[in-house]
Design a protein around this ligand. Structure first.
Ligand code: FES
Length: 322
């Protein structure tokens, strides 16, 4: 059994237990969200030993050299002395400038920063509550001069973080925001390529950023956005998307409803299935998938079978932490 020393206290790490699991079992206050090595919110630093290679996957070379590692990916091979990070290393404070409903269960949250916040539309950040609770949210806007980030926050059943944002946060409050992460974003090369965007629920957030970015770069290829939910009341930004489609002949917006009531102007069925029955061939298309992990995984295969190359399929599966 391996020993973990944190702030002069020593804990046992069981075989096959990650550092994150061991510290949570011992009730050490440590932030985390995805537990999959994606969000980086559980980053720690070893002050004595080199962490296992797998625990440093995806980190910057400079972080690796300083022995940073992801606690959720770390199966320690020897005793480790661990430093809990100074959160100011990874987080910047922003000020809430808008928080208002987009529909019955989705909140529009806009956070402004004093200095430029560099990101690519479609990436995500971690937001952190003062007690350390951390969750990842996709950025819904493109980089702008006013240094703001826009988020669409769905209220999760029993969701600790989303309830806090929906019920307690107000304009003027401060929220800690991590640096941006993720590879699901638009690059303005191959501007004549077809773009297929499929999202469910607040999967519209990163797709809206990617769409705006593509249109602002003058993308000339066809762009299809399929946004799905079960009921009409759970979609949002419908008029705005329709207006964009009216203004840009190469952009096609298809709102999809999988429930029994499907008014005129909406397509019946799940967004991914409607997309696959609409587009016969995805050879040379770029595909962006955002939403529930099951939908994302299923649609990756569907898009591949329709001819899309795996290297052209970008996915942002939501972490389902509450
Ligand atoms: S990377 Fe460890 S919790 Fe997300």
């Amino acid at each position: 059994m391996v020993k973990l020393t944190v702030d002069d206290k020593t804990y046992q790490c069981q075989p096959d237990e990650t550092v994150l699991e061991a510290l949570l079992r011992e009730e050490v206050a440590i932030s985390y969200a995805c537990k999959k090595g994606t969000c980086h919110s559980c980053m720690l630093r070893s002050s004595d030993t080199m962490p296992p290679l797998a625990a440093q996957s995806g980190l910057k070379d400079t972080q690796k050299k300083l022995h940073y590692f992801l606690a959720c990916q770390c199966l320690p091979e020897q005793d480790m002395t661990i430093k809990l990070p100074d959160q100011s290393e990874f987080y910047t404070d922003g000020t809430v400038t808008r928080c208002e409903p987009l529909n019955r269960n989705t909140l529009l949250l806009v956070i402004a920063f004093k200095d430029a916040f560099e990101f690519n539309a479609g990436q995500f950040v971690n937001l952190q509550r003062p007690d350390g609770l951390t969750r990842s949210y996709s950025i819904a806007n493109i980089p702008q001069q006013d240094n703001t980030l826009e988020f669409h926050v769905r209220r999760m059943d029993n969701g600790l973080f989303s309830s806090w944002l929906h019920d307690e946060i107000k304009v003027g409050d401060t929220i800690a925001v991590s640096e941006p992460r993720g590879h699901c974003f638009y690059l303005p090369e191959r501007g004549g390529q077809g773009l297929l965007l499929i999202g469910t629920g607040t999967g519209l957030a990163p797709l809206a950023g990617i769409l705006t970015d593509a249109l602002s770069h003058g993308h000339t290829g066809p762009i299809y956005l399929f946004h799905g939910s079960r009921e009409r009341e759970d979609l949002y930004r419908i008029d705005e998307m329709r207006q964009l489609a009216a203004d840009h002949p190469n952009f096609h917006y298809v709102p999809c409803l999988s429930g029994p009531d499907v008014p005129d102007g909406f397509s019946r069925g799940r967004a991914n299935e409607v997309a696959m029955s609409t587009l016969a061939d995805l050879k040379d298309w770029r595909v962006f998938l955002c939403g529930h992990p099951d939908m994302v995984n299923q649609t990756k295969k569907m898009a591949f079978l329709k001819g899309a190359s795996m290297k052209d399929i970008y996915a942002d599966a939501f972490f389902l932490a509450i």
